[in-house]
Structure formats: C-alpha cells, structure tokens
Design a binder for this molecule. Structure first.
Ligand code: NDP
Length: 302
C-alpha cells in the first residue's frame, strides 16, 4: 500500500512510518521541508495528490512547546497549522481522479467536556464549549469529504489522548522535574489522565488502514485513541515515580500551571475527561500497552 502522511516527520509519524514499513508499505511524508521520501505542502497544492492508497494527517504546531510563551500568534499557529493542512488534504482527495481508499485524521479528545461524571465513547454527543473543543470541531469539519467522494474513500477520525512514548511527546517534559524530586500530581490529582502509548496510536492508524469494513454512512468513523485503563493523574504520577524510583510527593498547584503555560494550555493538563476506546476495542484492535505499568516500563527502560 502507498501511504501519504502529512506531518509524518513528527513524534507519532516516525512511529507510524516504522510500523508501516515493517508491514511492507511504501510511505511518503508531507513536510514543510523538502527531502528524500517527502513532498512539501506547496507541492501538494500545485501538483495535487500523488497517486496513493491512503492518506493520514498528523501535522500541527506543537501545543505544549515549553520554549514558546502562549500568545495570540502561537494560538493562531496551533489552529492554522492543523486547519490548513487538513483542508489541503481533503480538497486534494476530492479533486484527484484516483482517490485513496482511506483518509485518516488524528484529532484530540478535547471535544469531550470534562464534568467528572460522564464516560465518553465515540458515540457520545458533544458541542464546542471552549477553545480546544472549538479547534476539534473546526479540524474535523476541515477534513470532511463531500458525500459523493465517500463512496470511494473511507473517512476515519482518531481522537487521541496524551501520547506517551520513548524520545518525544509529553513525557519528556515530565521527566526533568521528577528527576529533581519536584514531580507531583497536577491540580487535585483526581482528574482522569487519558493517555495512549505511541505504538498503540500508530497501531490504531494501521489497523484502520487495513480495515475493509464498508462504512455505515458517509460520516467519518470515529475511534477514541486512549488506553483502556482509566487512570487518574495521581495514579499516573505515582506509577511514573515508582518506575523511575523518584519521589512524587509535592502536588503541582493549578495556579502554578496557569502561570507556567498560560490559562488556555494549563487546561489541557488538568481537565477531567473520562474517555474510553469502545469502538476501537469493538473493531478488534488489541492494545500492546493497555495499562500504565507496561507502558511506562517500555518507555523508561534503558
Ligand atoms: P509533532 O509535534 O511531532 O508534529 C508533527 C509534525 O507537524 C511535525 O513533524 C511537523 O512536520 C508538522 N508541523 C509542526 N508545526 C507545523 C506548522 N506550523 N505547520 C505545518 N506543519 C507543522 O506532533 P505529534 O506527532 O506529537 O502529534 C501528531 C498529531 O496528533 C498532531 O496533530 C497533534 O495535535 C495530535 N495529537 C497529539 C497528541 C500528543 O500527545 N502528541 C495528543 C492528541 C493529539 P514538518 O516539520 O516536517 O513540517
């Protein structure tokens, strides 16, 4: 299979590329930088979609970049990088004479409103209620294909939790304070911490590419990309401390997070969505890392 991956040079994209190549697929990345095995977003706009069997979009400005202060221009970069790349891909799929059989967009679980009670599945109704849920709404709309195109191209949306893995992602930012003995629960610590191992997120994408299921409607098929274990932030922090043999006694207060990251970004780490991968499991996907202990041991082993 020939797979085109927008943002394939990133943390999730590198894992996905490795997995697809092991399975014998051919991968081309869309990047802002030209190079071997790549095309650029400008190439896509000028020459249209290269012939391929499937398209995945993972492109987007890093939201938790510790080197950037949260500002209006950062917010615009976060939105525009996701909306423009996604729109570019959905438009090029719509206009190519050789449409791919599958189009997969990775978004986030921020669409589900944290209320401490509801357990969200892929079937749950939701409406935008803040900046991040509005981003997910606009992002998924930008990826929507016209109904006549969906006869040839299956649309899939994978809503991901915080992605954990070796050599990248959120865990890198958690390790330094932990080594210094300053790691602790975030906010109250009781809020769920919906996470997924990067190898499982790549696995769900690959599983969706392989699926021959005929879609029930012209709407995208949604999968929640979260591990089945419903852990709280406190359980996550304690398990991380246990695996690293470091103390996790000092809670990180919410006002500190707001000062360090800005109010909008602090919400990402302290919100309380209880999300389960109901349809992901029903589709037959088997998680390699369904629980925190196995995931953290793999990520932190030398
Ligand atoms: P990365 O931060 O690793 O970025 C992926 C790629 O996006 C980069 O390699 C880069 O490719 C491209 N990119 C970065 N900035 C821009 C920009 N301003 N304009 C266009 N392209 C840009 O992301 P991840 O691999 O961690 O995540 C993949 C997707 O999954 C993202 O859309 C993310 O929002 C989503 N997601 C990730 C989560 C996580 O915890 N990691 C959680 C939930 C959702 P290049 O430099 O080659 O152009």
């Amino acid at each position: 299979m020939r797979v085109l991956i927008g943002g394939g040079s990133g943390f999730v994209g590198r894992e996905l590329t490795k997995l697809l190549k092991v399975k014998g697929h051919e991968v081309t990345i869309i990047s802002r930088q030209p190079g071997p095995g790549r095309i650029t977003w400008t190439d896509l706009e000028s020459a249209g979609l290269p012939v391929c069997d499937a398209v995945v979009n993972l492109a987007g400005e890093n939201i938790l970049n510790p080197l950037r202060r949260w500002s209006e221009s950062y917010r615009a970069d976060v939105f525009n990088s996701r909306l423009k790349t996604t729109r570019s891909l959905s438009l090029s799929i719509t206009s190519t004479p050789t449409p791919p059989h599958c189009w997969i967009l990775i978004t986030g679980i921020a669409c589900y409103k944290a209320n401490g009670e509801t357990t969200y599945t892929e079937d749950s109704e939701w409406t935008p209620f803040d900046l991040w849920s509005q981003l997910v709404r606009e992002w998924e709309e930008a990826g929507r294909l016209p109904e006549n195109i969906t006869k040839n191209t299956r649309q899939v949306v994978i809503r991901s939790g915080v992605v954990l893995g070796r050599g990248g992602g959120a865990i890198q930012q958690m390790l330094t304070p932990l080594w210094l003995g300053l790691g602790g629960t975030l906010g109250s610590g009781n809020q769920p911490f919906p996470w997924i191992h990067v190898s499982d997120l790549a696995g769900i994408i690959s599983h969706s590419l392989d699926s021959t299921r005929v879609p029930a409607s012209s709407q995208p098929e949604v999968f929640n990309g979260v591990a089945p274990a419903l852990n709280t932030n406190r359980q996550f922090t304690q398990e991380l401390g246990r695996v690293l043999k470091r103390p996790t006694l000092l809670p990180v207060p919410e006002f500190f997070l707001r000062a360090a990251l800005g109010r909008d970004r602090a919400v990402i780490l302290t919100q309380d969505q209880r999300v389960v991968p109901k349809r992901t499991l029903q589709s037959g996907f088997q998680f390699r890392y369904p629980d925190l202990t196995s995931a953290l041991r793999q990520i932190l082993s030398r």
